[in-house]
Design a protein around this ligand. Structure first.
Ligand SMILES: [Zn+2]
Length: 584
């Protein structure tokens, strides 16, 4: 009877307590032992410090955490709105693996979360990790790249991509802490820190205050490698190097758009190899083309830190021959042009920047330098424009980018052959709502273009050719091409044809700031207006929530299996490198 009464009393208290407080890291967080992170409690109301009680596994938190959190009486929101009190403890380190039940209470406001702190084996499994990230890499990109690069007859592919021979390991869920849908920031940040976060956030939990740079931080893999050893770090991307995916290796911000600040964060960590676009954010404000609002000249700062600067393909080749081991390669003020534009069509901004290296050259140059470190390295290679071309539904460019990404995988595989202590991971950060449904055959009777779409047995096979054997179709504008369609779109004109004049711009803004079909494509023969199924604020197709596929080969790859959250990927990387301190 006493037990029953006690239970009733306990449940009454629980019912009365509002779970309004938020604790960061969030419930179910997994944390690498020894890895510093910021602890924060946000209470819903302004409370007195003496009313705040925080316990960890039933003990006062100060005993377990080894230090005292700062108390903020009233946090301020937008327009100075009072948000309630907070506790903040920066750079907390938990060295001992196990479950940590954290209970924070102030008056009626209470929150309980449980974190799992994990260790790693004592011995590293891999010396090097090459993490190849196809941004937006979906099933259709894989299939499309294979069909366009290798061809097919009688239903069997005429060749294999490098992708096709990396072991399939896991499906990865990519949702964010605030939404089922994701962006590159949240997913890549989860891969590179082990913590899921909100859409647009990098290396932080997204807190309630408006400042994007004060949010509770978690350690990135590059920082963990600096803390624990002497491995080199390389970042290669065809995007702006301060774009979300490459930024995730080093950055801490609630806003991926804080690109000028992100350059400073790259500089703070100083990855040995930094290759990509985005030079506009490295130039001080008075320099032409600068996107900075301050006087910081990061190109000079990197040079002063011993980096060789490369601004085109030739300079990259020359820099690879030097022995400084540190290269800053910035080949475009923004995102680099796609391979289809660089090598074939000479559209986009290729006339202005004619000598950009591709992902293959950048990956080779990075590996040549990084391999010199006897302690090994972590290299991230991003095929960024798979995503950047899938948004505007420019499928030919997206597929050709996937072929180039596949060739970069080939470079990594070749390196692995000679360096079997290298773990290779190949994955995407989210998918797109895209599928291949057959072919579009110009020789089918029209006049409407939709009558030329061949499905089932009427699809036949596409007639791309690769006569010079470079792995790329000699032309994407063939008479029987792949029929690739998105399942989500703004209003746009479907032309059923490759965009030979430059990347597709499906929608443009009208006076009401709504995105409407771009009239520039209205007169393409056979073009039809498609009414969008997305809000009118969407200028392009969006990311899909579907799982991504993760492939991996090499020491430690067995750690990836089944369904995984994107935050679980980090633990396998930490295991491969044995990043946790060992109990002695
Ligand atoms: Zn995207």
């Amino acid at each position: 009877m006493r037990t029953l009464l006690a239970a009733l009393a306990a449940s009454t208290i629980l019912a009365g307590a509002a779970e309004a407080a938020t604790v960061y890291p969030l419930d179910r967080a997994t944390i690498l032992a020894g890895s510093p992170f910021d602890f924060k409690v946000e209470f819903a109301e302004t409370v007195k410090p003496e009313d705040v009680k925080v316990t960890v596994n039933g003990q006062d938190y100060k005993a377990v955490f080894g230090s005292e959190a700062a108390f903020v009486e009233t946090e301020k929101g937008k327009d100075d709105k009072a948000l309630g009190s907070a506790l903040i403890l920066r750079k907390l380190v938990l060295a001992k693996p196990g479950d940590y039940k954290v209970e924070a209470t102030a008056g009626n406001d209470t929150r309980t979360v449980t974190w799992t702190v994990y260790g790693t084996p004592a011995a590293a499994k891999a010396k090097n990790v090459i993490f190849l990230l196809g941004d937006g890499l979906s099933m259709a990109h894989r299939t499309g790249a294979r069909l366009m690069s290798k061809g097919m007859h009688e239903g069997k592919a005429d060749g294999r991509l490098n992708l096709d021979d990396v072991d399939l390991r896991a499906f990865v869920g990519t949702s964010a802490t605030d939404a089922v849908a994701t962006d590159s920031a949240n997913t890549m940040s989860a891969y590179m820190t082990g913590h899921k976060t909100a859409v647009n956030a990098l290396g932080v939990y997204a807190d309630r205050t408006p400042d994007s740079l004060d949010d509770p931080r978690v350690e990135t893999i590059a920082e963990a490698l600096r803390r624990t050893g002497k491995k080199s770090v390389g970042i290669v991307s065809t995007a702006e190097i301060e774009d979300a995916t490459p930024a995730a290796l080093v950055s801490h911000t609630r806003r991926r758009a804080d690109k000028a600040e992100i350059v400073g964060m790259i500089y703070d960590v100083k990855p040995e190899i930094v290759l990509g676009g985005g030079s506009a954010y490295f130039l001080s404000k008075e320099r032409p083309g600068s996107k900075r609002k301050d006087d910081k000249d990061y190109i000079q700062l990197f040079k002063d830190a011993g980096y060789t600067l490369a601004t085109d393909k030739n300079e990259l080749a020359a820099a690879s021959g030097t022995n400084t081991g540190k290269i800053l390669g910035l080949f475009h003020p923004g995102n680099m042009d796609t391979l289809l534009d660089r090598e074939f069509l000479k559209k986009g901004t290729v006339a202005e920047f004619p000598n950009q290296p591709g992902l293959v050259e950048m990956t080779s140059a990075a590996l040549e330098q990084l391999a010199k470190n006897p302690d090994g390295f972590f290299l991230m290679v991003e095929g960024a424009s798979i995503d950047k071309m899938s948004h505007p539904m420019d499928w030919e460019r997206a597929m050709v980018e996937t072929i180039e990404f596949d060739k970069a995988i080939g470079v990594a595989r070749e390196f692995q052959k000679n360096n079997p202590d290298t773990l290779i991971v190949v994955t995407g950060d989210h998918t797109h709502g895209v599928s291949i449904i057959g072919t579009i055959d110009d020789n089918k009777p029209g006049p409407e273009m939709r009558e030329k779409v061949g499905v089932y047995d009427k699809a036949g096979f596409p007639n791309y050719e690769d006569k010079n054997g470079d792995g790329y179709p000699d032309s994407v504008d063939v008479s029987r091409r792949l029929a690739i369609f998105a399942n989500n779109f703004p209003d746009y004109y479907e032309t059923f044809r490759p965009k030979l004049d430059g990347p597709f711009v499906p929608a443009v803004q009208n006076e009401k700031k709504e995105y409407v079909a771009n009239e520039a494509y209205k007169d393409v023969p056979g073009a039809v207006l498609r009414i969008g199924n997305l809000p009118k604020s969407s200028d392009t197709a969006v990311h899909a929530v579907d799982d991504v596929v993760l492939q991996a080969d090499g020491p430690g790859a067995e750690g990836f299996h089944g369904y995984m959250e994107q935050s679980d990927i980090y633990r396998v990387l930490a295991d491969a490198f044995a990043l946790a301190p060992q109990a002695n």
